[in-house]
Design a protein around this ligand. Structure first.
Ligand code: GLN
Length: 501
């Protein structure tokens, strides 16, 4: 699929220059060709078998509206008509497999669709397939998947980032126009950064969690991956808002299908946390790209101030305590009785439970269940869980206070760019540190967008580097406007997808 924005594609659909059938066929052909290549990307796990039918129905509607002169009206009602998108393997699409890239859910079929999927389908978009991820969204590289890793489309020796590595790679490799991932601690922004595209984590509640497999419920949000801020705004406007099935859902007051590039830069006050700038783990190339981005904001007239937020040093510890506690609790439903492939050797319930879970979960998920249960145990919860929660409360308070004076927090998405496959897979702590700059956003429940801002040096692989634009709660549209101004001048930093290396 030649890279085009959603807007350009919609225009091409209206004019008849392309058809929805042509778009989905191209996705399927790229998927098939990739599957048989020497180093498959492994972005999609499956392309659904009924996409052609949905695309034909969309084309039929378009051609009827063209003959009756009501094309504009049709696209006002269904702004994503005929547009293919990719879905992470933990978001339910009715009648389709849903496995969270785990053996325990192999063969499970979703009995209903997530609200985000229903809303996209109502707007005419077509879910074309299921994408790879770290098992149960636990990881930062999409190497913890029972289906093997997803490679980075920019250079296949590198990881795509995680846990939404499949959706990010699908978009970056032009196999879908946009994709849905999920975030608990950075899983959309991180792979967006590694693959050189935009990835938005919304304010907690803006996107319904109904039909999305829970990891850490107080942190989880669906996220959107796309080639431009505009390409994120449109699906966001269609999906956002209160959902009867999710009590934590909330409206995005100024949701709009399109964004104009921001221009009032001289009014913009930006905070750069000192704790991130001085982080020991910060890669030199990432620091350089960050300085260039900061320079761009200054050249436009924005005021930038380095702020001291010592509590950020505790964000990652607080995140892993809370996320793993919630995970241990959420994953208890995969017991072979309520959910999960049962292993019953006829020795009673205890054995059934142990055998099912021992066999079904991979090592990283087991590690997290053990840590989560340990943290929640009566003996230790006062020391760890409650402390984690009080750090979180402080982060929320201090970030809210910061936004009384500033419009944006600017920092790199990750301390490092994409790394080579296998480099961190046996070192869980090194993997956890990939989330050093992302988790405070989920803890504070604010929105943040990873913006493709530059590349590492040629010697270091010339890989993409993402910078985060984070704002106060419900500031998604403003963040996207600011990023659109960036995009208009930088065009995604011209990151081309390399031929397979
Ligand atoms: N890498 C983080 C973790 O493993 C974040 C994952 C996520 O956002 N789903 O918990």
């Amino acid at each position: 699929m030649k890279y085009k924005t959603i807007r350009e594609t919609v225009e091409a659909l209206k004019s008849g220059e392309t058809s929805s059938v042509a778009l989905v066929k191209e996705s399927k052909e790229t998927f098939e060709a990739d599957k048989n290549s020497a180093l498959p990307l492994n972005a999609f796990l499956e392309i659904y078998d009924d996409i052609l039918k949905s695309a034909e129905a969309a084309d039929q509607k378009i051609s009827e509206a063209r003959s009756s002169g009501s094309l504009e009206k049709l696209f006002d009602e269904q702004p994503l008509l005929g547009i293919p998108f990719a879905v992470k393997d933990n978001i339910s699409v009715r009648g389709k497999k849903l496995t969270c890239s785990s053996k325990i859910l192999e063969g499970y079929v979703a009995p209903y669709s997530a609200t985000v999927i229903n809303r996209l389908e109502k707007a005419g978009a077509i879910p074309i397939g299921r994408c790879n991820q770290d098992e149960f969204a636990m990881g930062s590289s999409t190497e913890y998947s029972v289906y093997g890793p997803t490679r980075n489309p920019i250079d296949r020796a590198y990881v795509s980032g995680g846990s939404s590595g499949g959706p990010a790679a699908a978009v970056a490799a032009n196999q879908a126009l946009f994709a849905l991932g999920t975030e608990t601690g950075g899983s959309v922004r991180l792979p967006a950064s590694y693959c050189g595209i935009y990835g938005l984590k919304t304010t907690y509640g803006v996107l319904s969690r109904w039909g999305v497999v829970a990891y850490g419920s107080s942190l989880d949000q669906v996220g959107i991956l796309g080639h431009t801020p505009q390409d994120i705004a449109l699906p966001l406007s269609v999906m956002s808002g209160v959902d009867f099935y999710d009590d934590t859902s909330a409206d995005l007051p100024d949701a709009k299908p399109s964004v104009n590039a921001f221009s009032d830069f001289f009014k913009l006050k930006i905070a750069v946390p000192k704790q991130f700038l001085e982080s020991k783990g910060m890669n030199a190339d990432v620091a350089k790209v960050f300085e260039e981005t900061r320079g761009w904001f200054e050249s436009k007239g924005a005021k930038i101030e380095v702020v001291d937020l010592p509590i950020l040093d505790a964000a990652i510890a607080s995140y892993y305590v809370i996320a793993l506690s919630e995970a241990a609790s959420n994953l208890s439903r995969f017991d072979g009785i309520r959910y999960g492939n049962r292993i019953d050797n006829g020795k009673g319930y205890d054995e059934l439970y142990v055998d099912t879970r021992s066999n079904g979960f991979g090592p990283e998920v087991k590690r997290r269940i053990i840590i989560g249960n340990y943290v929640l145990s009566e003996q230790f919860s006062g020391d760890t869980y409650k402390k984690g929660m009080s750090v979180r409360a402080r982060i929320q308070r201090e970030i809210a206070k910061l936004f009384e004076q500033f419009d944006l927090i600017l920092c790199p998405t990750c301390p490092t760019p994409a790394f080579k496959l296998g480099q961190k897979v046996d070192d869980p702590l090194a993997m956890y540190l990939s989330d050093l700059f992302t988790t405070f956003v989920n803890l504070a429940r604010i929105p943040s967008l990873s913006v493709p801002a530059g590349r590492t040096s040629l010697e270091n692989g010339n890989m993409p580097v993402g910078i985060q634009f984070a704002g106060p709660m419900f500031s998604e549209m403003k963040i996207l406007e600011i990023a659109q101004a960036w995009e208009n001048e930088h065009k995604g930093c011209g990151i081309p997808v390399a031929e397979e290396k």
